[in-house]
Design a protein around this ligand. Structure first.
Ligand SMILES: [Zn+2]
Length: 449
């Protein structure tokens, strides 16, 4: 069997990406059925048998399967078709037109994550066209409602509740990983093996009400301000989890004897890490990423107190976006937060999701790493990493389906994938997309045939 004609296949994946970007699946309201029907049409035309499953009117999920011999359990590729809103006037090119400029396809979802939808679609088409003899089923799911979702969402959470059998697999591949980051002047590739849990909450503190003309020491607004200052200045304690240790180990090896290599190595010690975050890393681009890797975090994102200028209110509260490391629970996280803020704070949890981690000691991880290195000989390393935000992987984990973040993409120098997520001027480099498709096809064919 001859290998695919990659320039032609790249042009084809670009066309699919453009078509997907032109379908407005802004969530809310979503309207992901537009994307699901588009994908179903393409798949049907090539003899596959896709299902479009609506969890609510307009909230379509697409699932399609290429059957293997059953010698090995299935592999699931999944990606979400909804996007966050775009403020068109702030973009250099319109966000729902799928235009090509400067070697990139522009549009809301070009990085998060219609690029991957198009890549995964193309892998299915190629497996079918090339007549690849599969020893395991390959499943592709293009799903709704990742951006708002939650446990009662219309996408993966709904599929997992109502159609679990369609998704059961040994492993799943989805966002966020398989892309390059500049690291001490050389590209390293990241594969997601863990993600932090979520705990959104209100932190509330009470005091003594009174007249604003007579300040006293038991003012709820002042108590809250002091607490938030402690959160900003001291932060929550350092913790070295297994995924973080694995990352720092591999990253410091990759950076070698450079100052960055020594710095990364030093982050494995709590004392040295504290100094590094205050001094060497203070203004470094990597600081937020590395800090989140080593700490539970609680970021103040809202404030509420008071109703009249001359009244000291009885209550003040802050909205906190809490993110929890593997190994922690909501309770142990809240205990840590109470330790910092003080016993007078009350917490009201609004949303929680547990952290996830899977081992990188698997043949599939090795295959992904080998394939990235083979396709980019410049790569300094492939690093297992923990993402600070959450994905739909958390709804598959309870079904026994662990997910690696692997949506390969090669970014040109200076382009940062995560900075384009939810931002203006989101775009996908065409060369990098074609490159990523080859990597993904390579991994899937080698793992499944
Ligand atoms: Zn996403």
């Amino acid at each position: 069997m001859s290998s695919p004609n990659w320039p032609a296949v790249t042009a084809e994946v670009v066309r699919h990406l453009q078509a997907l970007l032109r379908l407005d699946t802004t969530n809310p309201p979503g309207n992901e059925t537009l994307a699901a029907e588009y994908l179903a049409g393409v798949l049907r035309a090539e003899g596959l048998d896709p299902l479009v499953l609506e969890s609510a009117p307009g909230r379509g999920n697409l699932v399609v399967r290429l059957a293997g011999s059953g010698q090995a359990p299935p592999l699931l590729l999944f990606s979400h078709t909804d996007v966050v809103p775009a403020e068109a006037s702030a973009w250099a090119h319109p966000p729902f037109a799928g235009e090509v400029h400067d070697g990139c396809v522009w549009g809301r979802g070009a990085a998060d994550m219609k690029d991957t939808v198009a890549e995964q679609l193309m892998v299915m088409l190629l497996l079918k066209r090339q007549g690849v003899a599969l020893k395991r089923d390959v499943i592709f799911a293009a799903t709704a409602d990742e951006e708002i979702g939650g446990p009662a969402g219309y996408g993966v959470a709904w599929l997992a509740r109502h159609h679990a059998d369609l998704l059961r697999a040994e492993f799943a591949l989805s966002e966020v990983g398989g892309y390059n980051m500049d690291f001490a002047g050389r590209p390293v590739y990241l594969i997601q093996v863990a993600e932090k849990g979520t705990c959104w909450l209100k932190a509330r503190v009470r005091g003594r009400p009174g007249h604003g003309s007579m300040p006293h020491q038991d003012n709820a607004v002042v108590h809250l301000a002091r607490g938030l200052r402690r959160l900003a200045v001291e932060g929550l304690p350092y913790h070295l989890t297994n995924p973080a240790a694995g990352f720092l180990e591999a990253a410091s090896r990759a950076a070698g004897a450079s100052p960055m290599g020594r710095l990364l190595h030093s982050l494995k010690s709590p004392v040295e890490a504290e100094r590094a975050f205050q001094v060497e890393l203070k203004d470094n681009d990597l600081q937020p990423f590395l800090y989140a890797l080593l700490h539970n975090t609680a970021t103040p994102t809202g404030l509420a107190a008071g109703y009249k200028t001359n009244v000291i209110p009885a209550v003040a509260e802050a909205t906190l976006d809490g993110r929890i490391l593997p190994g922690f629970t909501t309770d142990s996280f809240l205990a840590e937060l109470r330790g910092l803020l003080g016993a007078q704070f009350e917490f009201e949890v609004a949303l929680e999701a547990p952290p996830l981690q899977i081992t990188h000691d698997t043949p599939l991880f090795k295959l992904m790493a080998d394939s990235l290195r083979a396709h980019d000989p410049q790569a300094a390393a492939v690093l297992p990493y923990m993402m600070s935000a959450a994905t739909d992987a958390k709804y598959l984990a309870p079904l026994g389906v662990p997910t690696y973040g692997f949506a390969p993409m090669k970014l040109p120098p200076g382009m940062k994938l995560m900075e384009m997520f939810h931002a203006h001027d989101e775009r996908a480099p065409i060369e990098g997309l074609g490159w990523g498709l080859q990597v993904l096809y390579d991994v899937v064919t080698r793992y499944c045939s």
